[in-house]
Structure formats: structure tokens, C-alpha cells
Design a protein around this ligand. Structure first.
Ligand SMILES: Nc1nc2c(ncn2[C@@H]2O[C@H](COP(=O)(O)OP(=O)(O)OP(=O)(O)O)[C@@H](O)[C@H]2O)c(=O)[nH]1
Length: 532
């Protein structure tokens, strides 16, 4: 069993010039495949040049903070029979989505052997999740832009990718760009009018922001520049308004995950009365962006996808206006320009308060937020994995607290400088947890072993097909693990992602968070694997 360490990707690394043009995958022939779900790259033929007589291809930018529901919406679009669009998708990962490794190739996760530079390239977790369950009828191409945010480190790659896509394909009806959960949509939108070549061939249809109703107030607070000033003072980095800027630039806003909100009645009846209602969320959003239409959804589901596609709602002047508003906020005091004047009782999502406080310079990603990718050959024990997830995402549960307390005591005995080590040892997703590790997002693809025969036989009874090997208790299905803040699930992917004979079983998990303790996470992840 081995743990590979891809370089940690700090998104404020603006000098990072890992900007090579990403691979194009041909999905025409193999998205509806039972044998191999891995899209194969195709060569750009000079004869397939885009004709300038064709109408401009509309582009939608999907934005929204980590885990807000962008990929869920994308999958709804790609599996919908409502439209018959031939869509190309550009996926942007915040980082850590790509591991070059022979082991991943062995494990059947390779996109193709080599790219133009002769380096191995592999499909990301994000791409596997986004295309799982799609039959390929709407999806023409899928392009990965990994290793940085589309708004900064890989912005040039986006332009090159769009140009290459247009020259390669004349049959596209639509392009969807799924920005990373940390991306600022402003700079992404600007390429559509700053790049002359693209301007005539593409039309930015709209910026659609997904908002995680359960977590948005917390995300606004924790990515705010006011917090950032404090962060910089204690030498731990600063934040960059990501969550607020995604809302501010949006032409349409989808408030997703309303199933996780408390109703006003529940709130009145609850002991604490500290939950978030839809009204709190709407107040915060309209404070930041008072003009964009808002739709509330669960699992990004809407009656009519025309609410997000072919809307023609993009307005470049508004983008410039938002930039200008931000500039005023940066260079002066917050006058609630964007929200038109909050009363002192209102929560201002943009400035986080009603005080006149100076703000930190516009867009920077916090240096404290990073992505790490954990990769191991082998299969995880489902029970152990769930316990590990509980320990890092729910540290305040009673049981976990006692475990952690025991670990702390042990640690205190071992270490002279208890203060520093204790803080490092406690993994905490408690809101407002200072400089302790905070995990925003986990996503991954797993090979799973069931720890008990009874668990295995339950599955066997449920499914007509043979799914779990009675001897090894290995599950034939790939599993997808997803976590957003304190909620997680581990579910089987569709049949098209099943492990095949000859595949090397492996697990890849991407963790995005603040002040991540990579060494401990890697060790604990490895402990979830079956050794037999
Ligand atoms: N309960 C609930 N879960 C949801 C809803 N929408 C999405 N999810 C879950 O939230 C998790 C994150 O959803 P994604 O669609 O992957 O979010 P994303 O914005 O693409 O995430 P990033 O790419 O990491 O920024 C997944 O486990 C989804 O199944 C919802 O309305 N309610």
C-alpha cells in the first residue's frame, strides 16, 4: 500500500505557470459504455476548422462555493431529455484533481497514456462524478482544467482550450464551464469580451451561481475579507471573498439544498433557535446581489432547464459595475453600496456587518486553503472509512470527543509544547474554530470491502446480480464519497463505473480545507484500508 503525495495546491499561488493546454476527451463513442467509462482523447484535425459563418456558441458559467451543487446541476443537464443540445463541458478543479502515476493507470483511471508533452494524465475524481450516469447523448466533449482556479492560475489555459474546442468542433450547441468552488467568476467572464478571437465565436449566455442554503452564511463569513485581515494579522493567511463574489457576479442564482434548512416553525420550536431559514439566506443574498432572479431547489432540480440555459441574461456592464463596487469597498469604507443600505438589524453578506470597516484588497485566495489528494492502491473497509470521516467532520459528537480527549491527553504527555501539538491534533469542523484544521469538502472514488458477511449478504439479497464476492467481501461497484462541511455520504456509483477484472483496486480522495494536516490525514486514510 502506498500513499502518493501530489504537490499541495495553494490557490493564491498566482505565479504558478502550470498552464499547459489540457487534454480534450472524445466522448462521442464511449460515454454509453459498459466496458470503459474513460473518455479517450482525440486528435485535432486541421480540416475540422470552425466555420466563421456559424452562429456564436452560447456559454454558461456555473459558479458557486465548494459543494453547492454545481456538478449536480451539470448532471441534471447532461441526463435531461428536455433539450437536445450537444454540449461541451469544461471542468475546473481547484487542485489536486490530477495525479500522474503508473499506479492510477494500472487502476484503470487513466485518461490516456501520454499528453503532447509525453506526461501521463489521468481523469479527475470530479470528471468521473460529473459523467457518472450520463448516457453520452448530450455530452460531446469534456475538458479538464485542473491544477488551479480558472479565474487565475489556469485562466490562459481556458482561452486556449476554448479556441482549440471551437477549431475542433463545428457541431456544438452549447458550452458549460463549471468553475471550481473557489473561483471568482468576474475574471472568467471578462475573457469573453477581452479576447477578440473568442468574442465573435462565443456568446456568454449567463453566470449561474449555486448557493448552498445550509452553509452559505458560514461560507460568507469565513471567506470574507474582514476575516482575512484578522487572518493576516496572526500570520495565518487571508481570505478572498470567494463566496460573496460568486453571488455578486451572478446573473441567476440557485439557492440549493433547501431540504437541509429549518423552516421558521421548526426554528421557533427548536431549543437553540440558531438555525438558518430560507429568509436568512435570501436576505444575505439580496444584500450582495439585489437584481439577479433567485430560484430555490433541492438537488439542483428545476422544472425547466431554460432557467439556466439560453437565458441571454449576461450583461457585461453589470460585471464592470460589480468590480467597481468592490473597488470602492476596497479603497474606502463599506457604505453598503451593493445592498443599497442595510439597516443595523440586517446581515450584510458583502461586508459581513453594518459597521464601517475597511476591506482587504479585492480578490485573493487564502493561502490557508489547500487541496490534497490521497491515493492508495487497495480497498477501504467501509466501516473504518465512515469512522474516519466522522472523526474529521464531526469532532464534537460525544463519542468522538472522548476519543479525541484521550488522544489529547496522550499527546500532552508526549509533547513539551502541548499548545501547538494539541491544536494540530484536534481535527475540528466546528464553525468558528480558529486556526484548527477545517475541512470544507471531500470527494473521491473508492474501492470498497464490506466488513461483515451479513452486510455483504444483505447486498446480495437486494441485487439480482452478483455484487459482492462472499470470500473477499469486495464490492464490484465503485463508490463515490462526498462531504460538504459536516455532512457526508458514501454511495455506489452507476453500473458503468463498476470495477472490471484486471483493474487494480484503488481509492482516490480529494480533501479541500483550511490548515489541513496532510500527514495526519494521509496516515488516517491509509488506516482505513484492508490489509488482508
Ligand atoms: N441534501 C442535499 N444534498 C445535495 C443537494 N444538492 C447536492 N447535494 C449533495 O452535495 C454534495 C456536493 O454536490 P456537488 O454537486 O458535487 O457540488 P459542487 O458545487 O459541484 O462541488 P465542488 O465541485 O466541490 O465545488 C453531493 O454529495 C450532492 O449529492 C441538495 O439539494 N440537498
Amino acid at each position: 500500500m502506498s500513499h502518493l503525495d501530489p504537490p499541495t495546491n495553494n490557490s493564491n499561488d498566482e505565479d504558478d505557470d502550470d498552464d499547459e493546454i489540457p487534454i480534450l476527451f472524445d466522448l462521442d463513442s464511449n460515454t454509453n459504455h459498459n466496458n470503459n467509462t474513460t473518455p479517450q482523447p482525440i486528435n485535432t484535425s486541421p480540416s475540422q476548422q470552425h466555420s466563421s459563418t456559424l452562429p456564436a456558441v452560447p456559454v454558461t458559467i456555473l459558479t458557486g462555493f465548494l459543494g453547492s451543487g454545481k456538478t449536480t446541476l451539470l448532471r441534471n443537464i447532461l441526463t435531461s431529455k428536455q433539450h437536445h443540445k450537444r454540449i461541451a463541458v469544461i471542468e475546473n478543479e481547484f487542485g489536486g484533481g490530477e495525479i500522474s502515476s503508473d499506479l492510477m493507470k494500472q487502476a484503470g483511471m487513466a485518461g490516456r497514456d501520454d499528453d503532447d508533452d509525453g506526461r501521463n494524465k489521468f481523469l479527475s475524481v470530479e470528471t468521473m462524478i460529473a459523467t457518472d450516469g450520463t448516457d453520452g447523448s448530450n455530452l460531446m466533449d469534456l475538458i479538464e482544467l485542473s491544477n488551479g482556479c480558472v479565474c487565475c492560475t489556469v485562466k490562459d489555459s481556458l482561452v486556449a482550450t476554448l479556441e482549440k474546442l471551437l477549431s475542433k468542433r463545428s457541431d456544438l450547441d452549447y458550452i458549460i464551464i463549471e468553475a471550481s468552488g473557489m473561483a471568482d467568476p468576474g475574471p472568467v467572464a471578462s475573457i469573453f469580451w477581452l479576447d477578440e478571437a473568442l468574442e465573435s465565436r462565443l456568446r456568454l449566455d449567463g453566470i449561474v451561481a449555486l448557493v448552498d442554503a445550509k452553509n452559505i452564511l458560514f461560507q460568507l463569513e469565513f471567506t470574507s475579507s474582514v476575516q482575512g485581515v484578522e487572518g493576516e494579522r496572526d500570520g495565518t493567511g487571508f481570505h478572498g471573498d470567494e463566496a460573496a463574489r460568486q453571488i455578486a457576479f451572478a446573473d441567476r442564482i440557485i439557492v440549493n439544498k433547501i431540504d437541509l434548512l429549518e423552516s421558521s416553525t421548526q426554528l421557533e420550536q427548536s431549543d437553540t433557535g440558531t438555525g438558518t431559514t430560507i429568509q436568512h439566506v435570501l436576505d444575505a443574498i439580496t444584500c450582495i446581489n439585489p437584481t439577479a432572479p433567485i430560484l430555490t431547489t433541492t438537488y439542483s432540480t428545476m422544472e425547466n432547464l431554460n432557467w439556466v440555459l439560453d437565458t441571454e441574461c449576461f450583461n457585461p456592464e453589470r460585471v464592470q459595475e460589480v468590480e467597481a463596487t468592490y473597488d470602492q469597498l476596497v479603497h474606502g469604507q463599506c457604505k453598503h453600496i451593493q445592498c443599497g443600505g442595510c439597516t443595523s438589524q440586517q446581515y450584510c453578506g458583502l461586508c459581513n456587518n453594518t459597521d464601517n470597516r475597511s476591506h482587504f484588497p479585492s480578490h485573493h485566495h487564502t493561502s490557508a486553503i489547500s487541496t490534497i489528494a490521497l491515493f492508495n492502491i487497495g480497498s477501504v473497509d467501509l466501516h473504518r472509512l465512515n469512522s474516519w470521516l466522522a472523526s474529521i467532520l464531526w469532532p464534537n459528537q460525544d463519542e468522538m470527543e472522548s476519543v479525541l480527549r484521550a488522544r489529547l491527553e496522550r499527546q500532552q504527555q508526549l509533547e513539551e509544547n502541548t499548545e501547538v501539538h494539541v491544536r494540530k491534533e484536534v481535527t475540528s469542523n466546528a464553525q468558528g474554530s480558529g486556526t484548527q484544521q477545517y475541512i470544507y469538502r471531500i470527494k473521491g472514488i473508492l474501492s470498497v470491502v464490506h466488513s461483515s458477511i451479513s452486510e455483504a449478504s444483505t447486498w446480495e439479497e437486494k441485487e439480482a446480480d452478483y455484487i459482492i464476492c462472499p470470500e473477499t467481501r469486495l464490492d464490484r461497484r465503485r463508490y463515490i464519497v462526498q462531504a460538504v462541511n459536516d455532512l457526508w455520504d458514501v454511495t455506489p456509483a452507476s453500473d458503468q463505473l463498476c470495477w472490471k477484472d484486471g483493474d487494480t483496486r484503488c481509492c482516490k480522495v480529494v480533501v479541500i480545507g483550511k490548515w489541513l494536516d496532510e500527514e495526519t490525514l494521509a496516515r488516517e486514510f491509509e488506516e482505513c484500508f484492508c490489509t488482508a
